[in-house]
Design a protein around this ligand. Sequence first.
Ligand code: AMP
Ligand code: ZN
Length: 114
Amino acid sequence: MNDCLFCKIRDGEIQGDIVFDDDDVLAFNDVNPQAPVHVLIIPKRHISTLNDLTDGDEAIMGKLFSVAKTIAAQRGVSEDGYRLVVNCNQKAGQTVFHIHMHLLADRVMRWPPG
Ligand code: AMP
Ligand code: ZN
């Protein structure tokens, strides 16, 4: 867990471009944005993947959606639309093993995703 990049951003050991911060949730701009708006929203408590969720984690996962809604409104993309993505493990493209929700917006998204 000590090697977790997003825990280090949470702890200020690595600088993040923070856009939201409260007791439970942190959000920061993605360093390699795939859309004009690309924000990562994480639970502050380290959880590696969706497979590691346990009873009681429903509230924090629900809160990620609420924070996404708030950030989308702040960035002015609520009405045009946005996409929320959580990758789980290698074939889905997860590269950082601390659960994070991608908020992508301000361009037309393709479907299905590649
Ligand atoms: P995933 O592929 O779903 O695990 O997403 C990991 C995301 O973390 C990628 O979109 C990366 O661009 C992003 N990322 C990696 N390092 C950093 C960092 N230091 N600050 C912000 N985002 C990062
Ligand atoms: Zn972590």
